[in-house]
Design a protein around this ligand. Structure first.
Ligand SMILES: [Zn+2]
Length: 76
């Protein structure tokens, strides 16, 4: 699979930290599985992971904590 961003790099399986800013609070999800370009560093999520991330972020938004750090693998 090739990178759609730089069109030259190759995508390798990796993990990344997903950060969302929401109404002055910060939601940090660690260890999110992704594909990362070995050339430009652009990251891509699969549909499943993107959907799951949205669920995690939405559930954390309700808590209204200033800073939340969630491990993707351990998220309920
Ligand atoms: Zn790239």
């Amino acid at each position: 699979m090739m990178c759609m961003y730089c069109k030259g790099g190759e995508l390798i399986e990796s993990t990344t930290t997903h950060v969302v800013k929401y109404k002055g609070s910060l939601i940090i999800v660690e260890n999110v599985p992704c594909l990362e370009c070995d050339q430009c560093g652009e990251t891509y999520f699969s549909d499943d992971v993107a959907k799951r991330l949205e669920e995690i972020v939405n559930s954390v938004k309700k808590l209204a904590t200033k800073i939340s750090i969630i491990d993707y693998a351990n998220a309920a």
